[in-house]
Write a protein that binds this ligand. Sequence first.
Ligand SMILES: Cc1ncc(COP(=O)(O)O)c(C=O)c1O
Length: 457
Amino acid sequence: MDPLHHANEPASNPIRDALALHEPRALRTYTPTLAVLARSAGVFHWTPEGKRLYDFTSGVLVANLGHNPRSWMDRFFSHMHWSGHPTTGAYSPALPMTAYNAVTPVEVEASQRLIETLQSRPGGSRLQQLLWAASGSEAIQKALWASLARDRNRDTIVATRYGFHGKKGLAGAVTGCETDRDRDPRVRFIGFPMDECADIDRRGQSFDPTPYRRELDALHHEFGRRLSVLISEPYLGGGGSYHPPAAYLRMLQAFCREHDLIFILDEVQSNFGRTGDLFAYETYGLEPDIVVLGKGLGNGVPVAAAAGRSDVFAALDYGEASDTWSANPICCAAVLATLEEFASADILAQYRRASAIVEAGLVQLKSLPFIAHIRGEKGGMVWGVEFRDHAGKSASEWANAAVLACYRGETDKGDGIHLMGPLARKVVRIAPPLVLSELQAREVMELMVRLLQSLIR
Ligand SMILES: Cc1ncc(COP(=O)(O)O)c(C=O)c1O
């Protein structure tokens, strides 16, 4: 396949060519832009040609505090003891960058501070210990391993349909739905209220959890004590941004309590501020047995963790959840920097006004004939824009055209907006860093409205 090229990108195009030569396309999810990002700071990326892009992805909800944020970087470096000698400039000994089969103080400090933070939020009381991991899907896998190990005769996992928990191992097994290929027979899916939250303005209106509860009761009738664990995302992220009524998630939790299932909330995407609170379990009034964290946890350093009940984690023996990278000092230093940044400034309160401006701009887009729905977290910083078929073009074609138009901007020299390729083929995710200012929010939304309007001229 020919590598993707864009006009007037003499520096980016050779990089795309080299990529196509050395890496298979499987390593990327499809995007019509394949933006080459040379540098980043705050809410912006710059291409090698010097074009500035508003980042509306946060690198798939990772850089919640923005890119290379100064005070986060200072804290990170300081936790690693990365500093030159004050007079000679020579390196002084710093933390090791490995800690396999050993322990570093930074790991213990990060564990302690993260648990303290989780427990200090309403609903966090069951989050007593951590299973560190190097990616969200590994942390999901460890959470499920521990839940199943609690009683090895209880082998059935319940997952909410169309969730995204990763692609690897058990994380892949609980992703999607029963009609996907190569299903793991231990996993049973139940419905997620997608129709009831098809639009931000109609979210949860007249929601009745009864049919969903019936599905759970039917599973209990079939499997009884074999039901071991239930996993859900707080909102469907990769599945196309469906944000459910809190009553749905609370009903899942109540079922777990009644029948002694472990309730796992996958917050890999929602954690560190996306739903308007530090964690979605606060927003939705939940008290999960295990919460899985990732993405924004390290603000760009690859780190994830399952936080949960110590009695459940104790079911795993030496080595059953260990690996090369988990609790690496670099990860732990990054987690400490993230926790300190959130503790030192009221980031969540500060972004509320920017959030309202972005949401108002998105709602304005609904007047365009190819936009079907806007969904998202009210007072949060994550939305999905769903496109529809119009004028002989499919929803997917409109969504891709919008991503491309935003990337290109109004002129070669003017700003663009960096977006991911559409989710579920027709939903464009909007997830700027939480540090987007009011002024930036206003400017970028005016730009976005103009760019999408230009698609019908
Ligand atoms: C909710 C959720 N869970 C798990 C994962 C998997 O995380 P990772 O890609 O780090 O394995 C993702 C990734 O997008 C996610 O959004």
